[in-house]
Design a protein around this ligand. Structure first.
Ligand SMILES: NC(=O)c1ccc[n+]([C@@H]2O[C@H](COP(=O)([O-])OP(=O)(O)OC[C@H]3O[C@@H](n4cnc5c(N)ncnc54)[C@H](OP(=O)(O)O)[C@@H]3O)[C@@H](O)[C@H]2O)c1
Length: 321
């Protein structure tokens, strides 16, 4: 397989407005590796990563901002080369403008490239943690939240706005009333959760799909441990003299999406960036279509049968699970 040298791997896709998104981004969600994050981000920039995926929930905004600042100061990159995504956590729906300003302060930036509603769920302002308690749930009014998101673009605080974990139905509902449409929907997508319906909806409405957990999140207790070990994925990898992770990432690029993949290991950062050198053929894609599908991130923690807006998983995903 063709090797890609540092800095050569960057490829982008044009968004419906607000510029273009690099097709491979660095995921920054971790529970226990936060101390090494700014050094990892510096390495990633050297290797050619230009998209950094963070969120107010992740606790990674400061480290990412620090690395970007250093890379701009030492003239490795210019601000406009870098694409920063951050996200509105569920307890921030009541005031997205203040939430984005707080994220920008932590990042040390004047603007981000993409600001996403992290989940279609609203929590009370005090519930800044990941797993809400029964009293933390609130009723989301998507039109009001989106209105505030649009203001963030008008004020120049973000180039684009978008959503994350939105089903086709929720995305189409948003597109019905949005003055400024979502440029991106970031969702779980990988060879074992292929999102056929959502891909069709996004493509027909010019909403870019970004795949999170593109390797099935093997580090997570609830992640898919078998994706990188799957015999079909491994046989396609052997055929192209590539690695299973490169097959998984290349499949996302073949579907027209971008991916945010987490690795804090230098050789795996390089390996993942080299996925651009792998082109899957029609037979590979047909083989991948045979894999059994399994959703990893069900969002169960955001369901509450008594106080939640969604009483069960089917309601959260509108049956698309
Ligand atoms: N919007 C949302 O709701 C949402 C939800 C989940 C995730 N995300 C975003 O998506 C990013 C990635 O998701 P994720 O961390 O859940 O899953 P992932 O990227 O599928 O998997 C990351 C895991 O795979 C390992 N890995 C990376 N490259 C590898 C390779 N080439 N070979 C073998 N193992 C490899 C990493 O270990 P090493 O670090 O040791 O390499 C890490 O344990 C997150 O960091 C976050 O930014 C968004």
């Amino acid at each position: 397989m063709a090797e890609i040298k540092s800095g050569e791997g960057e490829m982008r896709r044009k968004l419906s407005y607000g510029g273009s998104i690099p097709l491979l981004g660095l995921g920054t969600f971790t529970y226990d590796e936060r101390d090494s994050l700014d050094a990892v981000a510096m390495k990633a920039i050297k290797i050619g990563y230009r998209h950094f995926d963070t969120a107010s929930l992740y606790g990674s905004e400061e480290a990412i901002g620090k690395a970007i600042k250093k890379a701009i100061e030492n003239e490795t990159v210019k601000r406009e080369d870098i694409f920063v995504t951050t996200k509105l956590w569920c307890n921030e729906h009541h005031d997205p403008l203040s939430a984005l300003n707080a994220s920008l302060k932590r990042l040390g930036l004047d603007y981000v490239d993409s600001y996403l509603i992290h989940w279609p769920v609203k929590l009370k302002p005090w519930a800044s943690y990941m797993v809400p308690k029964e009293d933390d749930f609130d009723e989301m009014d998507l039109e009001t939240t989106w209105n505030h998101m649009e203001k963030c673009v008008e004020l120049g605080l973000t180039k684009t706005i978008g959503v994350s974990n939105f089903s086709s139905k929720k995305l189409l509902h948003l597109l019905d009333f949005a003055s400024l449409p979502p440029a991106i929907n970031q969702v779980e997508m990988h060879v074992m959760w292929r999102q056929r319906k959502l891909r069709e909806v996004c493509s027909s409405r010019n909403v870019h799909l970004t795949a999170y957990s593109p390797l099935g999140s093997p580090w997570n207790p609830y992640g898919l441990k078998n994706l990188l070990k799957d015999p079909i994925v491994n046989s396609i990898a052997s055929k192209h003299e590539a690695t299973p992770a490169q097959v998984a990432l290349s499949w996302i690029l073949s579907m027209g999406g971008s991916a945010v993949v987490k690795s804090f290991n230098e050789s795996r950062l390089e390996e993942n960036m080299a996925s651009f050198g792998l082109k899957l053929d029609e037979q590979d894609l047909q083989e991948i279509d045979k894999l059994e599908e399994k959703k990893m991130a069900t969002g169960e923690f955001l369901i509450n049968a008594t106080t939640g807006q969604y009483k069960n998983i089917q309601e959260l995903w509108d049956g698309e699970i």
